[in-house]
Design a protein around this ligand. Sequence first.
Ligand code: MG
Length: 310
Amino acid sequence: MSGPYDDVLPTPYEVLDKRAAGLFNGTAKLDRLYVGCRWAEGPAYFPAGRYLIWSDIPNNRMMRYDETDGSVSEFRNPSNYTNGHTVDRQGRLISCEHRGRRVSRTEIDGTITTLAETFHGKRFNSPNDAVVKTDDSIWFTDPAYGIDWDYEGLRSPMEQDGCHVYRIDGKTGVITRVADDFVRPNGLAFSPDEKKLYIVDTGATHVENGPRYIRVFDVDGDKIKNGRLFATCTNGLFDGLRVDEDGRIWTSAGDGVHVYDPDGTLIGKIHVPEVVANVCFGGINRNRLYICGTTSLYAYYVLVRGNKTF
Ligand code: MG
């Protein structure tokens, strides 16, 4: 393709509930910004530089989309098979590394710091996705996809006793386990008021009729409690998700992006021609939804803004 917007697809949205009527932009198209990944994941938008970082997991590299000119380049190779990314409140890149089996942070000077590598003396499985809370704590999931096969990391024995969810304290760096009743915890996101934490379970990849749902928890300081079913995926599996400023959940699925009202109702979809793994809001006004869809990076302008986390 010769330009960033040459490869556009028809207006893709679907309103399933009248509450979604004002979400989608009828004149915007689904932009395919890049093709050439094996498994695009982990988008994170940096508003100060107007660029997006994402992972191409099986190719062991991270990519960078420059919003100012539409160019795409390789940001880091090898990447330790990074998966999920986010941006902390100081503007630094937080990365979940499959092969590194750690959560790392890229500092302002470019050096990489390990934030979480072991728990009770044992290595993590393969951190998958992370989110930063306004108290600077980092919450992350630790399924085993990066040690199950070499394709997404390095096949290795599991040292933890399962696939759990953890929190890194923002001041002390102390790591605590906050949930231990998941099969394969995956994407996660806070509600705008940070009173709720949504966590995906993709256990159906490993357990017949296993979880393919989002659960929601009440946040109680540095803990979560009262986990309950929020939504079950109606096409494929959820993976990564983000929340908009009004608390709606925008999540990946087999046929595109699914949008949920905070009451758990599926209210709309953005149809994408590839399986979607993750999304994030970006653009100057946080109204551009970036979509990682298998081989491609897509973007679609919506009529709402993302929550002030990236
Ligand atoms: Mg994931």
